[in-house]
Design a binder for this molecule. Structure first.
Ligand code: FE2
Ligand code: FE2
Length: 226
């Protein structure tokens, strides 16, 4: 990989091949809510060695090349196709996972409260907040923002984008808090299978939301905010 890649915006790098989102997730670099930032600045902030980082990225990309089939190139999709993909894949996935978590989170709260009350209360609170935010957010996009975009009402779309991005930031903040509270979803020694399932679903929700928010903030919305 060429070092000049480091001076690019993170979202521009991910836009070219969405599979790179996995790499950035693994490196704990926010490519969705903060995708507008320049990669080298973020690396400096994290105190990363740029040479070593470049090497890891090169290896990851070489591996992708070997696999060949790259994911859909989202810039080639028109607005309607992109919106349909967001709703049919990501909104559906979010609702499905929330439904699972609605069972698991109260279950682990009851079963494991005594082992670590602080942790269990925090998970319960963060999950509750995230769930409320997301369910309201999805319906607003589906009933207000996306119809405006599909019908070509650029003015209404533009007016709604700012508040939608604020909601993405709010969800992103909760996700970060969940990750630090759970110490990167590290399963405690005293836990059971249900606990592991809860963490697994929370992490799956996080990973899908990162890609979902990226598609909205960095691919779809810029088409309307110019
Ligand atoms: Fe969405
Ligand atoms: Fe969204």
């Amino acid at each position: 990989m060429k070092m000049e890649m480091l001076s690019r915006k993170i979202s521009d790098i991910v836009k070219e091949d969405m599979r790179l989102s996995l790499f950035f997730s693994g490196e704990r670099i926010d490519f969705c809510c903060n995708g507008f930032r320049q990669l080298d600045e973020v690396l400096e902030e994290k105190g990363e060695d740029k040479e070593q980082f470049s090497r890891r990225l090169s290896l990851f990309m070489a591996d992708l090349d070997k696999k060949g089939d790259r994911e859909t190139y989202f810039e080639d999709m028109d607005n309607v196709e992109l919106i349909n993909l967001i709703v049919n894949q990501h909104h559906k996935f979010t609702r499905d996972v929330l439904e699972e978590l609605d069972t698991y989170v109260p279950m682990i709260l009851r079963a494991h409260f005594d082992e670590d009350p602080e942790l269990l209360l925090m998970i319960n609170r963060l999950y509750g907040n995230l769930r409320t935010e997301l369910l309201e957010h999805l319906i607003k996009e589906e009933r207000i923002l996306f119809p405006a975009m599909k019908s070509g009402d650029a003015e209404e779309a533009k007016n709604t984008i700012a508040s939608t991005e604020d909601e993405h930031d709010a969800a992103g903040d909760i996700l970060k808090e969940l990750r630090s509270t759970t110490r990167d979803f590290l399963i405690p020694s005293w836990s059971c299978n249900t606990f592991a399932a809860a963490y697994h679903h929370l992490e799956a929700l996080e990973q899908d939301l990162f890609r979902h928010i990226f598609l909205e903030n960095s691919v779809l919305f810029p088409r309307f905010s110019q």
